[in-house]
Design a protein around this ligand. Sequence first.
Ligand code: FAD
Ligand code: SF4
Length: 495
Amino acid sequence: MGNPTGFINVGRALPTERDPSERLIDWLEVYEEIPLADVEQQASRCMDCGVPFCQSAKSEFAPVVAGCPVNNIIPEWNDLIYRGRWKDAIDLLHKTNNFPEFTGRVCPAPCEGACVLGINADPVAIKLHEKEIIDHAFKEGWVVAQPPSARTGKNVAVIGSGPAGLAAAAQLNKAGHMVTVYERADRIGGLLMYGIPNMKLQKELVQRRVDILAEEGIVFVTNTEVGKDISAAQLESDFDSVVLCVGATVPRDLPVEGRELKGVHFAMDFLKANTKSLLDSEHKDGQYINAQGKNVVVIGGGDTGTDCIGTSLRHQCQNAIQLEIMPCPPGQRSAENPWPEWPKRLLVDYGQKEAIAVQGQDPRQYLVMTKKIESDDQGNVKAVHTVHITWQRNDKGQMFPQEVAGSEKVIPADIVLIAMGFMGPEGGLIEQFGLEQDNRSNIAAEYDKFATSKPGVFAAGDGRRGQSLIVWAIDEGRRCAREVDTYLMGSSYLP
Ligand SMILES: Cc1cc2nc3c(=O)[nH]c(=O)nc-3n(C[C@H](O)[C@H](O)[C@H](O)COP(=O)(O)OP(=O)(O)OC[C@H]3O[C@@H](n4cnc5c(N)ncnc54)[C@H](O)[C@@H]3O)c2cc1C
Ligand code: SF4
């Protein structure tokens, strides 16, 4: 702890956001650069706590897991930053996180929610520090391919190239196994590539890491869907072990009248096509759902919905609205949501800020239920019919929505985007492997063991735990790699 009074004398400061008028005409990241000297000042706010809650996502500490899921060694690298020892900081950060350039940008930072300083002041800017350590390391040329010095002669197939698959592949390759990653999309990265929009995570950063992994010896096979283009049985016979990192890609649907109309899409179809067209041709190929001049209604108030708002505004939509069936969260933590839990409070994210700048108000409307989607005479969506609700409890204690009489509304819509979350992994491949599923349809495999019901077949990431976060996918991929290594070799040196 270099500066014992940093937490008193230095206020929390983050990089400036580019003005919406500037950022809405491109697809580049939202934040400006911040001088390294300012980051070193920020790092001096860390108190080097005896019990650093920031770094330990342990369920023993709270009713819900709080702190960093990959157990980043946060106080140590805060101190290294403060002392200007950036090279040591990246070496330490890479010990626990294979891809800090992703989490440093898009993690919601449960570490900051659990930071001890956050009890009565603004938490340490941990996420910023993570991003600056890795960005500086890339600038300095410190992040280079490090192929393993020896090979074990074992080979592993990883299905799915999202953060879980990439983390598992990276760790298994480090242990000396030959790793082949199968991906059905045309680009590697899973939701890092084709879910999270470019302005949150620029795709050259994903590709830069994939290139390093390829240089380290990992084989990437794109445009190949396991279960269709190559069978589960083939993989089982060709490889010593198989790891399923297939994500939770089945979207929750909205079973209302008019769901089938032209102009009603799942959010992921909108977001994926947008990024693919952007990367393929800077949108010149027109192979995306264009919201230009359209009234867009996004159903779902979460992060995916926000990404739809930000994307629609960049298309120069006429208007964008985001409907949420749950109540608006409080401005601050409530008494039922104490530190070090993740604070459930109203945040105004980049997409909402942009909508406020363009449309004059937050696009979110709370406690709104969609009743039906109205058609024009050509089968195109024309409007969304909604009603306000309140949440009530029935005599079994279960919550149910009760409509507020007279609160019906008709919202004009040319595009409706369904962003209501995900139900779990797709079934076909799981059946082909003959794997058991849990009661939420995820692949059944215990956390920290990751072994499925079939010997030699493992599962990690959203396909095992349900739709979650990148940092949890990285954590699962890493831990799963250790279990696969133990299965293949009898023991493992992997963390
Ligand atoms: C729009 C959106 C925005 C998000 N934003 C954030 C964010 O800001 N921060 C955050 O922490 N989390 C965010 N998330 C959640 C996060 O992206 C996921 O939790 C994470 O990507 C899960 O990683 P994964 O590796 O388990 O699966 P995925 O990233 O879903 O990857 C699974 C991969 O498996 C491939 N696949 C599936 N079946 C097969 C098959 N049979 N053969 C070959 N390949 C197959 C898929 O094509 C996909 O590429 C977001 C999610 C969405 C949808
Ligand atoms: S909890 Fe906050 S103040 Fe304490 S060590 Fe972690 S980052 Fe530093």
